[in-house]
Design a protein around this ligand. Structure first.
Ligand code: DGL
Length: 272
């Protein structure tokens, strides 16, 4: 199976795109809804929670895990790939969402990019690191949007208050640089507010959501890595786990995933 992990519901926007692009595989989604948001947690805590999550997914039979969460991908992924995986799961893979998103910015020839993300992603300056030394340079402007994830997780994304926050965060971003040509929604939750971002952004500025980007890059990855692809099971299965309320998960999954979902309870603990 292919595992998809996020701190909450947001990663369902990524799973939706991946499953549309690569429908034949079996997917297992895990949301750590009991402990979301991760955005302001320490690097150590994000690492600990994520080792528990990937351990859970591998024990359930995943061969490959996509860390859909930007906060985890920027704060803990490298340590997981280099320090956790080789000793415990040497024949399995964990991939994140930052590198493929940075590649997409390059493929599209973006020059001045606004990154909207959680505080954790912004503090990591991960896109600056990924795109360092590129010629001609890609300039990155970060804007943290700390209030959006809690509001979205509470199912209040339709409220005026949310639209006002989007408008305010965009104002702060464009105050840093008025000639931004592309905005990357570098948080799995934000695509749910796409219309609001679009409404408050000048028409010539592109707004990119990560779902389709990650789906295309995963397709490319599986083409290049037939040794992984051959071992993936097929059957178009979709299984959902949450550490939080299952009733809330199933209700909000209708919004994020766009179809009925019946989640199962997950309990995470330290890998043994
Ligand atoms: N899903 C996380 C991300 O993409 C945001 C939610 C959180 O703060 O946990 O960054």
């Amino acid at each position: 199976m292919i595992g998809v992990f996020d701190s909450g519901f947001g990663g369902l926007t990524v799973l939706k795109s991946i499953a549309q692009r690569l429908p034949e595989y079996n997917y297992l989604y895990l949301a750590d809804s009991a402990r979301v948001p991760y955005g302001e947690r320490s690097q150590e805590t994000v690492y600990d929670y994520t080792t528990q999550a990937v351990d859970f997914l591998f024990k359930k039979g995943c061969l490959l895990v996509i860390i859909a969460c930007n906060t985890v991908s920027s704060r803990a992924l490298r340590r997981i790939q280099q320090g956790f995986m080789p000793g415990r799961y040497p024949d399995k893979k964990v991939l994140g969402v930052i590198r493929p998103s940075a590649e997409e910015l390059l493929d599209r020839g973006c020059r001045k990019v606004g990154i909207l993300a959680t505080k954790g992603v912004v503090d990591s300056k991960i896109y600056t690191e990924e795109l360092e030394g590129i010629d001609p340079p890609v300039e990155i402007f970060y804007q943290p949007c700390p209030l959006l994830v809690p509001i979205i997780e509470a199912g209040r994304h339709d409220e005026d208050n949310c639209d006002n926050l989007v408008s305010e965060y965009l104002k702060r971003l464009f105050n840093q640089e008025s000639a931004i040509d592309t905005i990357l929604l570098s948080c799995t939750h934000y695509p749910i507010l796409y219309k609001s971002f679009r409404r408050h952004t000048p028409g010539h500025v592109k707004i990119l959501s990560q779902g389709p980007i990650i789906a295309d890059k995963l397709g490319d990855y599986l083409e290049r890595h037939s040794e992984v692809e051959k071992r993936l099971s097929r059957g178009a299965g979709r299984v959902f786990f949450s550490t939080g309320s299952l009733e809330a998960f199933d209700r909000l999954a209708l919004v994020f995933y766009g179809g009925p979902v019946y989640a199962r309870q997950a309990t995470l603990g330290p890998p043994k």
